[in-house]
Write a protein that binds this ligand. Structure first.
Ligand code: APR
Ligand code: PHB
Length: 393
């Protein structure tokens, strides 16, 4: 016999989307159970991006996890775009009056886990075999296994926050689910090291050898990336080779400021744009990577998950406050409108900054013209800044 439980909301996935939703709902008096496939150490050890939009910071404050973020996060009022030896600062504050905060997603996740555990609200680790029953007109039911024991969770709604490889999106009938995808013909090789960053702000570089990004986690921890072939093997990239390549691609001035050190983490990730529609089916709502993926150029992944949760938390709170279904019914359209704009921005940044084509092709000339325009036009810089700091919810 399965152990039976109930909750208002069943949340599949304890990444930033699921955990943030859980906290916001708890503050609104709505109870939830979070089911996470991995254990705590694994979830807290995952290295992900680290640039928070304004709106993301506000949402984390609302969830009660703003303190460490404000203490340790670095406020950046601009970023740099480099082309060969030329560098152009994009002044977010001057152009659109907003900033971003550099604070690792790993830290966001730790803060959310700590808040949830402190509250005593259920967060179940190492959950196996989640399946979803989501029949028309019935309360959904989640089946899962913990420590070999079968469980059932009956809830009013399910939030599918289980990332790209989760079960939620796959539970939509094939005739309902529509997906849109672009897979890019290269990956990013990332290196994390306890060395001071080479610049005060992030630098996105388009170089003839390929894209490079200088980023950071703190004043003493740097994160760098280089564009690489999809079939590149990490064993061919000892730390020294990564540092040498970064120095070439970021140009002599930045190279002189790069402090090298042993990698704490080194990995290769493919780049993909992906959108699944609709983001709601009956009583199941998709949020975050379960519904969409962006290439990391522009750091929109976490921010987009947070904007979904903004809409979803408000829709669920309104339902429990006054029985209104209007925001639940418009959730998919509302969330997707913002998702597509972030997809466009991430695709555009990726297209502008990576080496795709033969130097002498039409496409390469278009890319060069795009960068020349960006460097010379305040309007173009404003558009970049407006998107980078985050479009309004
Ligand atoms: N059952 C339970 N949990 C699952 C299942 C499953 N079948 N499948 C996946 N999960 C868990 C994963 O282990 C992970 O912890 O769901 C969580 C999903 O978290 P993320 O992949 O981090 O996705 P999300 O919360 O949407 O966060 C948005 O933004 O920067 C990007 O990709 C980056 O993680 C980031 C994301
Ligand atoms: C990162 O610091 O990991 C990072 C920053 C900006 C990006 C992508 C990744 O666009």
């Amino acid at each position: 016999m399965a152990i039976s439980e109930t909750a208002q909301i069943g949340i599949i996935g304890g990444g930033p989307a699921g955990l943030l939703l859980g906290e916001l709902l708890r503050k609104a008096g709505v109870d939830s159970v979070v089911l996470e496939r991995r254990d705590r150490a694994y979830v807290e050890g995952r290295i992900r991006a680290g640039v928070l939009e304004n709106g993301t910071v506000s949402m984390l404050e609302e969830a009660g996890v703003g303190d460490r973020l404000h203490r340790e996060g670095l406020v950046h009022s601009g970023t740099e775009i480099a082309l060969g030896t030329r560098r152009q600062r994009i002044d977010f504050e001057g152009l659109v009056g907003k900033t971003v905060t550099v604070y690792g997603q790993t830290e966001v996740t730790k803060d959310l886990i700590e808040a949830r555990l402190r509250s005593g609200a259920p967060l179940v680790w190492s959950v196996e075999g989640v399946t979803i029953e989501n029949e028309e007109g019935e309360k959904p039911l989640l089946h899962y296994v913990v420590d070999g024991a079968p469980h059932q969770l009956r809830c009013d709604f399910i939030a599918g926050c289980d990332g790209f490889h989760g079960v939620s999106r796959q539970s939509l009938p094939a005739e309902i689910l529509k997906t849109y995808e672009r897979v890019y013909p290269f990956g990013w090789l990332g290196i994390l090291a306890d060395v001071p960053p080479c610049a005060h702000e992030l630098v996105y570089a388009n170089h003839e050898r390929g894209f490079a990004l200088a980023s950071m986690r703190s004043e003493t921890r740097s994160r760098y990336y280089i564009q690489c072939a999809l079939d590149e093997k990490l064993e061919n990239w000892p730390d020294e080779r990564v540092w040498d390549e970064l120095k070439l691609r970021l140009g002599p001035e930045l190279a002189a400021s790069i402090v090298t050190g042993p990698a704490i983490e080194k990995s290769i990730a493919p780049l993909r744009s992906f959108v699944a529609t609709p983001m709601r089916y009956r009583n199941l709502f998709l949020a975050g990577d379960a519904a969409h993926i962006v290439p990391p150029t522009g750091a929109k992944g976490l921010n987009l998950a947070v904007s979904d949760i903004h809409y979803l938390s408000r829709a669920l709170s309104a339902f429990y406050r006054d029985g209104s279904r209007a925001l639940l019914d418009s959730y998919s359209d509302t969330a997707l409108a913002r998702v597509w704009k972030a997809e466009r921005f991430s695709w555009w940044m990726t297209s502008m900054l990576h080496k795709f084509h033969d130097e002498d092709s039409f496409e390469a000339r278009m890319q060069a013209a795009e960068l020349q325009y960006l460097f010379s036009s305040r309007a173009a810089q404003t558009a970049l800044a407006e998107n980078y700091v985050g479009l309004p919810y």
